[in-house]
Design a protein around this ligand. Sequence first.
Ligand code: CU
Length: 139
Amino acid sequence: MKTDILRRVRTILLCMVLLALPAIVHADGLRLQKSVFGSGKIVLSFAQEPLKTMTETPFSIELIGPSGKTITDAKLMISLDMPAMSMPPNHPKAPYEDNAYRGVAIFTMAGAWQFTINIQRPGYDQEQAVFDLEKVVMK
Ligand SMILES: [Cu+2]
């Protein structure tokens, strides 16, 4: 009787740990996703969170077409802006290398930022994805 309850408690605890695992694994990264090209998507990832000011912050961008195929021939133009005010132009480059479009961002001020990605592809109309980065904190 008593061992039955213990076993049940143990099973519940194990389930909770397994359910929490993905959150723990991704706890120190930031991964944001938007739809582009109809049912395709663009994924913006930062290795560390929180984002900090005046810090070289590597990012990667994955572009996936409607068929699920990775798009490798796009040209990305990035603009980092603060919705609250006008800031000096901030356009990190992000060439395709090592399975993603990669670059390094530097946020020059604490607060909310917008990470705008303009996507140009041969034979397609331009598309734009705007990611809200709610909080960049002081280094
Ligand atoms: Cu500012």
